[in-house]
Design a protein around this ligand. Structure first.
Ligand code: GTP
Ligand code: MG
Length: 304
């Protein structure tokens, strides 16, 4: 048995990769026991490589969330893939998520292909097992075995929590001994204005379907804390690509943007632990997704 003495402290990086929608960001939140990453059923929800830090008595695990890997259609898509693939360099463990409830497709095969040149340890995660029958899970396990060579395989559900802890244990088992890389109280490496703009973007992703969510970029222009009132005042701008999208986001008599503001404010109050005043405005920035410089200005892809 390994001792938990500090000299046996383990630490390292685990990168989560997979097709869009595989459940990467939801798993990070389940492991952290709180919401640090945004999630939605819209593909390409995550646009940043993003780190969350889990520190316990005997290990520090740095979880790297990545944008879903996919065949890119525009400059934004290319930036997202580059960012995800870059996150595979110099990590200790790579975890590939495969949705247990969906047939393995070319998307998964493509991701597995990218992993062949990765030197880290590899874990295959069958995600969303709450949505699959035992028979489906077994078939998925066999198919996943054929996709690559894995150091471990775990079937889990972030929704029910099943095997989430077992996954953490598998990863820690594969980590080398090493020191803490980050302060024990640090939970993410994202600046607060980025987290805030992402929380706002999540509400938009969840309110609209089809093209609109992908055309959205959010930026916090100003954020100030009023100590007397224990209140954060946040001024943020939602960018869209076309006037028609602006109309959709604002909604009839401003109803849609108001709803988004209300939902985002509730999350932000949780996040910041204060009251929040949120001012949201909508602006058009034509074709920003084809403009690599603009994508980076938002902090997407490689990040700022
Ligand atoms: N039922 C169920 N749903 C899940 C589970 N994990 C994730 N989901 C749902 O699957 C959808 C996608 O989850 P995300 O965590 O955003 O997926 P992702 O892999 O980060 O997606 P991208 O950022 O777009 O690459 C969301 O609607 C989640 O609520 C799970 O264990 N069970
Ligand atoms: Mg994600």
């Amino acid at each position: 048995m390994e001792s938990n003495a500090p000299e046996h402290f383990k630490s390292g990086f685990v990168t989560l990769v997979g097709r869009p929608n595989a459940g990467k960001s939801t798993l990070i939140n389940a492991i952290m026991g709180k919401k640090v990453a945004i999630t939605s059923d819209t593909a390409q929800t995550t646009r940043h490589r993003f780190r969350a830090v889990l520190t316990r008595d005997d290990f520090q695990l740095i979880l790297v969330d990545t944008p879903g890997l996919h065949k890119p259609h525009d400059a934004l898509g290319e930036e997202l893939n580059t960012s995800a693939l870059k996150a595979l360099e110099d990590v200790d463990v790579t975890a590939m998520l495969i949705d247990a409830s969906q047939p393995i497709g070319r998307g998964d095969e493509w991701v597995a292909e990218q992993l062949k040149r990765v030197r880290s340890k590899k874990i295959c995660v069958l995600s969303k097992v709450d949505l699959a029958t035992p028979k489906q899970i077994e078939a998925q396990r066999e198919a996943a075995e054929r996709l690559g060579s894995w150091d471990a395989m775990v079937g889990l559900s972030s929704a029910t929590g099943k095997n989430v802890e077992a996954f953490v244990e598998e990863v820690v088992f594969l980590l080398p001994e090493g020191p803490s890389w980050f302060p024990a109280d640090m939970e993410t490496d994202q600046p607060i204005d980025v987290v805030v703009s992402e929380f706002i973007r999540e509400k938009i992703l969840r309110s609209f379907h089809d093209e609109v969510p992908h055309a959205i970029g959010v930026r916090v222009e100003e954020m100030e804390y009023d100590k007397k009132k224990d209140l954060h005042r946040i001024f943020a701008v939602v960018y869209v690509e076309r006037d028609s999208q602006k109309g959709i986001i604002i909604g009839k008599k401003g109803a849609a943007i108001k709803q988004i503001g209300t939902e985002a404010r509730a999350d932000l109050e949780q996040l910041l632990g204060t009251r929040v005043y949120l001012d949201l405005s909508v602006k058009v920035k034509k074709n920003w997704r084809r403009d690599a410089a603009q994508i980076r200005r938002f902090g997407y892809g490689e990040g700022a």
